[in-house]
Ligand binder design. Structure first.
Ligand SMILES: Nc1ncnc2c1ncn2[C@@H]1O[C@H](COP(=O)(O)OP(=O)(O)OP(=O)(O)O)[C@@H](O)[C@H]1O
Ligand SMILES: [Mg+2]
Length: 257
C-alpha cells in the first residue's frame, strides 16, 4: 500500500503540492488526472524519493521512505517499476541493454540471468510470443532480432512496450506509468491500455497511471484521483467521476478532455 500524507512541495515561490492525501491499496489501478503542470509527475517522483517533500510523508508498505538509508531506499525502489513520461529509452543502447540496465547496475552481472529476465519481460509486454518453456529455440530468432534493435528502429507503441518491459524487471509490486499513451494513435493507445490492465491482473501489480486520456481512465481505473491547485480535488471511481457535480471536475472534463 502507498500512502501520501499531507504532502507539500514548492519550487521557489511556486507551491506545486499543497497538502496531498492519497492512499493506493495493493491490487488497485489508480489513475491520476489533472491539468498540465498541476504536479502529477512531481507527485509520482515523491513516491520513489526522486523528490523530497517540504513537509508531509510518503509511506510504502507501512514504511516512511524518508527514514530509509541509501541501501534500504535502493531496495525499496526495486519494488517499484517506473515507466517515465515519454518512455525515456536510451537511444544509443539496444533494446536488451535498455531493459536490463537497472538490474545490471544493481550488481547483477550473470549474463544468463540478465538474458532470462529480458526474455521474460519482453514476452510479458507482448513483444515476444508468450512462452512458458524457458529457452525454447522456436522464438530464438525473434528474440535475437528484437534484442539487438535500437529505439529508433521501433514504432512509438513498441518503444512504450520496451519502457514498460524495463519497469517489470525484478517483478515489482508497484508499477507507475507517467502518460503511457500520450503521442500514440487511438488504436495503439488502446493496446497499451489493454497491456496495463493485463499486467495488473496477470502479474497482480498495483498500478498508478498518470493520464490525459479519459478512454484509458474508463478502461483501466479502479479509482481516479484528480489533482487541482495542489490538492486531490476528487477521488472516486470512473463512474463517480462522470456523475459528479463538483464544478472543478465538471470544468476539467468539459475543457480538457
Ligand atoms: N525539479 C523541478 N524544479 C523546479 N520546478 C519544477 C521541477 N519539477 C517540476 N517543476 C514544476 O512543477 C510544476 C508541476 O510539474 P509536473 O511535471 O508535475 O506537471 P504535470 O502535472 O506532470 O504536467 P504534464 O501533464 O504537462 O506532464 C510545473 O510548474 C513544473 O515546472
Ligand atoms: Mg507530467
Amino acid at each position: 500500500m502507498i500512502e501520501l500524507r499531507d504532502l507539500h512541495k514548492s519550487f521557489g515561490d511556486k507551491n506545486v503540492l499543497r497538502g496531498i492525501d492519497l492512499t493506493i491499496p495493493n491490487g488497485e489501478t489508480m489513475c491520476i488526472i489533472g491539468k498540465s503542470g498541476c504536479g502529477k509527475s512531481v507527485l509520482l517522483k515523491h513516491i520513489v524519493r526522486l523528490l523530497e517533500p517540504d513537509t508531509g510523508s510518503v509511506w510504502v508498505d507501512g514504511i516512511n521512505i524518508a527514514t530509509l538509508g541509501h541501501d534500504d531506499l535502493f531496495e525499496k525502489r526495486r519494488s517499484i517499476g517506473f515507466v517515465f513520461q515519454g518512455a525515456a529509452l536510451f537511444d544509443s543502447m539496444t533494446v536488451y541493454e535498455n531493459v536490463i540496465i537497472g538490474l545490471y547496475e544493481h550488481g547483477e552481472k550473470d549474463l544468463k540471468i540478465l538474458d532470462g529476465e529480458a526474455r521474460r519481460v519482453l514476452a510479458a509486454v507482448g513483444l515476444l510470443p508468450d512462452i512458458s518453456e524457458n529457452g525454447t529455440p522456436l522464438f530464438e530468432k525473434e528474440y535475437q532480432n528484437l534484442r539487438a534493435k535500437k529505439p529508433s528502429d521501433l514504432s512509438g507503441g513498441m518503444r512504450k512496450r520496451v519502457g514498460v518491459a524495463r519497469a517489470l524487471v525484478g517483478s515489482p509490486t508497484y508499477v507507475f506509468y507517467d502518460e503511457p499513451t500520450t503521442g500514440l494513435d487511438p488504436v495503439t493507445s488502446e493496446q497499451i491500455d489493454n497491456l496495463i490492465a493485463d499486467l495488473a491482473s496477470k502479474l497482480n501489480v498495483t498500478s498508478l497511471v498518470i493520464t490525459h486520456d479519459m478512454f484509458s481512465v474508463f478502461k483501466i481505473a479502479d479509482r481516479v484521483a484528480m489533482l487541482e491547485a495542489g490538492i486531490v480535488r476528487f477521488e472516486g471511481t470512473a463512474e463517480e467521476l462522470q456523475a459528479t457535480t463538483n464544478p472543478s471536475v465538471v470544468e476539467f472534463l468539459e475543457r480538457y478532455v
